[in-house]
Ligand binder design. Structure first.
Ligand code: DGT
Ligand code: MG
Length: 397
């Protein structure tokens, strides 16, 4: 038993982006619990509650040691009544009844399984659940119409659920680098997302691509995609074009979380290490699809069979995001695509509330100057964005 006088309260800054971030988490029992509640809220279309739990988890993750007594949390930011209740429950009983009952609930389990399919969001999953679909088997036999992304997601479900390793991310980087070098020499490519933050696994692999000469990046994505596709390296891809200039949230508008870069959501067909060398040679020499295509993917296989089939295959499916940015927006794009999602959210909130600026993956604007600048639109604003960003980054990162 610890008396209150022995307890040294922790202290952390209010915004997640002001804290040192670390991969070392001394409070994983607590943060896992809060993250699960955040996930449940997000899957239930309660984003506000989701963010509250994510913020609370981020505060606990930033602490230098394990919390042993609730009084250590006095004065910490972002710990609302609900989160504190969960924390107290765990400190006292070892588990939280709310977390345990959420984990066990049929609805949560079904939401997790269904949204685990690439291309299926919380709304679709909710509709399916209301129609009595709770798992992949029921979905397959339901006769639901699936779009192309969802079909690919269902077909490669077991592979995509499997975390991507650093080695696999590096292998994919190799492929993308070759493709980019071949279609636009001089273009630069950066591995972003969780891997850039030093995470050892990820749910996907994210890349940002640019060219040092403004404008040269135009037209790159279709060429890149067709290079990869013609070599049988893509199981699925959907490219959306850059819509920044025509967008509602372009210069002078409040930034939304979704950016407007040309972007390709894809599923790569990654050769397993033993097969990689020969397959790559095949691809390079013949420019044709490698063997075993479509094998074991009838759509009728259960997850177990899919996994078994995967172990006998010489490749696996990996989710990859490719983003192309003009070099003038590259700094913002890199910052925006490095994540984590909460870090980005907090950085934008901090910029807005504490500095009167709007940050997005395209630009950073001083809100006061943007208001005065009525007719200029892009060019002057971009220059301003550049200057303010440099000041911003020097001061804060
Ligand atoms: P992961 O892949 O689960 O291991 O974790 P992350 O951090 O790589 O997350 P991911 O892949 O969903 O996204 C990478 C980062 O890129 C994320 O931290 C925030 C950012 N991001 C993702 N999607 C968008 C988007 O549509 N617009 C913008 N601006 N940023 C995005
Ligand atoms: Mg990622």
């Amino acid at each position: 038993v610890v008396s209150d006088s022995e307890v040294i309260p922790f202290s952390v800054p209010g915004y997640a982006c002001q804290r040192r971030t670390t991969l070392e988490n001394h409070n994983s029992v607590l943060t896992d619990a809060l993250s699960l509640l955040a996930e449940n809220a997000e899957l239930s279309d309660e984003d506000g509650r989701g963010v509250a739990f994510r913020r609370a988890a981020a505060v606990l993750k930033a602490l230098p040691s394990a919390v042993t007594h609730v009084s250590q949390l006095t004065g910490l930011p972002c710990l609302g009544e609900h989160s504190l209740r969960v924390i107290k429950d765990i400190l006292k009983n070892g588990t939280s009844s709310e977390v345990e009952s959420t984990k066990a609930s049929e609805r949560f389990k079904a939401l997790k399984v269904l949204t685990g399919i690439f291309g299926v969001g919380a709304k679709t999953a909710d509709r399916w659940i209301r129609e009595g679909i709770h798992n992949l088997q029921q979905l397959r036999s339901s006769g639901q119409t699936l779009n192309r992304a969802q079909q690919a997601g269902l077909e490669h479900y077991a592979d995509i659920r499997q975390p991507v390793s650093t080695a696999e991310a590096e292998a994919i980087r190799g492929l993308v680098e070759r493709a980019v070098a071949s279609v636009l020499p001089g273009a630069q490519i950066v591995l972003t997302g969780g891997f850039r933050r030093g995470k050892l696994t990820g749910h996907d692999v994210d890349f940002l691509i640019t060219h040092p000469e403004e404008g040269r990046e135009v037209g790159l994505m279709p060429k890149l995609v067709s290079w990869l596709d013609s070599r049988g390296l893509l199981l699925y891809q959907k490219t959306s074009r850059n819509s920044y200039l025509e967008s509602q949230d372009g210069p002078g508008r409040p930034p939304s979380n979704i950016d407007r870069f040309e972007r390709c959501l894809s599923i790569f067909k990654l050769s397993t290490p033993e097969a990689a060398k020969t397959d790559l040679q095949d691809a390079a020499e013949n420019g044709v699809q490698s063997e075993e295509d479509g094998e074991s993917q009838s759509g009728e296989l259960g997850q177990h069979l899919q996994r078994k089939a995967a172990s006998e295959r010489r490749w696996r499916a990996v989710r990859v995001d490719l983003v192309v940015s003009p070099v003038s927006q590259f700094a913002f794009a890199l910052l925006g695509w490095t994540g984590s999602k909460l870090f980005e959210r907090e950085l934008r909130r901090w910029a807005g509330h504490e500095r009167g600026m709007s940050l997005s993956s395209h630009a950073l604007y001083d809100n006061k100057q943007v208001k005065r600048c009525t007719e200029c639109r892009l060019t002057r604003l971009d220059k301003l964005a550049y200057l303010t960003t440099i000041t911003f980054l020097k001061a804060n990162l």
